[in-house]
Design a binder for this molecule. Structure first.
Ligand SMILES: [Zn+2]
Length: 479
């Protein structure tokens, strides 16, 4: 919409000042500044080193220079939410409001956009003031693309028609709750871009970019085909990598996570010859003392609503559950495996369990007090022997009973040579005196905070005075 308005203003301007038209036509070089982020994960608030969404917007306004934000093309590679409480408590709604205010032009869907079911996602998409693109999501039943997402969008930026193709991760069925995406296939990237590029060109696209929830290796593999199809830039996501490089003449950018960085792709386009004159990209750290004041206010208001939301009652305990009890330890790790069923073993640290659950109503605040840290859950692949080698006294385990070596979900025995999917909090993984990193140096970051599965599980079992949480507790020690 804003581009249409710009075009209208431009026409009035041209009508009044013919001399400008002449200069405009004489200089076909058009400047487009593409700003890119991915895996924002709801981190709108500033933290120790990074300036949050309001800081980033202040930096973006500087990137635009004398022009307004309308001059920019702002894209996200997905995983916009699932992170700190301020976004998780509203199932992403608060983050959509912040991204609307940051004037994103298009986004693709990460796996975590599906964390709160497709119905919730539809609601979020209705709230978005920017289109959502993903060409490779197909309904299993019909083979059609679902109605909540577009394959691409075409937008005018500084007089150039830019086609933006979205690609969701083909791993989505195993990186969100599988039931949430059971109706959809996440199809082959190259097949889908070959279908949509001719459509985009027929619709007038002069420049084409991909906005993808793709890891580096996938982006690199896509580059030669992208080049052949006339695609200039591939933005990635999901693996939280920081990269800025050119492969087969295609610019690849990915900006880590949590709004710590953004990529700037400076494009010059010849509007008459219809060719890209130059592309220069760089990575910018979101470190600034400045903040956009209007966005800062909006974030403060989200913080206030969240504090009210913390008092919501989500369960009931008839008797106190001590923080260091076997029951509490089993409850926490079991909830991870419920929320993330492809995991087979769960590990957290005793020190990350900070309180007890008192008898009476359980609120969201209770669980935040119990598990207060911003630790997220990583997925590792370890053999049975490696897992045993990592065991230490301060570990709380789920999914396996080490007294008899039995896996709790499948009922089988833990084999030294078999490989298991192990969930662990990132704090424990990163401790220098542990072997996890040696055994699996490239774990997958689920982006799920370690308390979130317990919140979700508690909601799902609907405990109350007639059906207290104590009825669900497992009292068997596992080691
Ligand atoms: Zn992801």
């Amino acid at each position: 919409m804003k581009h249409i308005l710009l075009l209208a203003i431009g026409l009035i301007f041209i009508a009044c000042q013919p001399a400008v038209v002449k200069n405009d036509q004489a200089d076909p070089a058009r400047h487009i500044i593409l700003l890119y982020t991915n895996d924002e994960h709801g981190w709108m608030e500033p933290e120790a080193t990074y300036a949050g969404a309001a800081g980033m917007l202040a930096l973006w306004k500087k990137e635009a220079g004398e022009d307004s934000l309308e001059h920019l093309l702002i894209l996200s590679g997905g995983d916009m939410w699932t992170g700190p409480a301020i976004s998780t408590i509203t199932h992403g709604k608060s983050m959509v409001e912040i991204m609307n205010r940051m004037k994103y032009d298009a986004v693709t869907l990460g796996n975590h956009e599906f964390d709160f079911t497709v119905d919730t996602l539809r609601q979020r998409i209705m709230e978005m003031q920017f289109p959502v693109v993903a060409a490779n999501i197909r309904e299993k039943a019909s083979g059609n693309r679902p109605d909540f997402v577009l394959p691409y969008t075409l937008q005018k930026v500084n007089g150039v028609s830019v086609g933006i193709i979205g690609l969701s991760s083909k791993f989505t069925p195993t990186t969100t709750k599988p039931d949430n995406v059971a109706l959809y296939n996440f199809t082959d990237y190259i097949t889908e871009i070959k279908l949509v590029v001719p459509q985009l060109k027929a619709a007038g696209a002069e420049l084409i970019v991909i906005c993808g929830h793709l890891c580096y290796e996938e982006m690199r593999d896509l580059a030669p085909q992208a080049k052949a199809l006339g695609i200039s830039v591939i933005g990635g996501g999901h693996c939280h990598e920081t990269l800025n490089e050119t492969v087969d003449g295609v610019t690849l950018v990915q900006t880590g996570s949590n709004l710590k960085k953004y990529a700037v792709v400076d494009l010059w386009f010849d509007n008459i010859a219809d060719t890209v004159i130059s592309i220069h990209s760089r990575m910018q750290s979101n470190t600034t003392a400045e903040a956009d004041s209007s966005l800062q206010k909006a974030i403060a208001s989200q913080r206030q609503s969240m504090d009210i939301g913390l008092t919501e009652v989500i369960g009931y305990a008839r008797e106190k559950i001590p923080g260091n009890s076997v029951e509490m330890r089993n409850l926490i790790t079991d909830s991870w495996l419920y929320m993330y069923p492809q995991g087979q073993i769960a590990i957290t640290n005793t020190g990350g369990i900070r309180q007890e659950i008192q008898a009476g109503n359980i609120t969201i605040e209770t669980i935040f007090g119990l598990l207060p840290f911003q630790n997220s859950i990583l997925e590792l692949k370890l053999t049975g022997a490696q897992f045993k080698d990592c065991l230490t006294r301060d570990m709380v385990i789920g999914g396996v009973n080490m007294i008899n070596g039995e896996l709790l979900n499948s009922g089988g025995t833990l084999h030294a040579d078999s490989t298991y999917r192990v969930l662990i909090n990132d704090y424990m993984y990163s401790l220098p005196n542990r072997k996890f990193k040696t055994f699996d140096p490239k774990p997958y970051d689920t982006g799920i905070l370690y308390r979130q599965p317990l919140l979700d599980w508690l909601r799902s079992v609907k405990t109350d005075t007639g059906n207290p949480l104590n009825n669900y507790l497992d009292q068997q020690p596992r080691r």
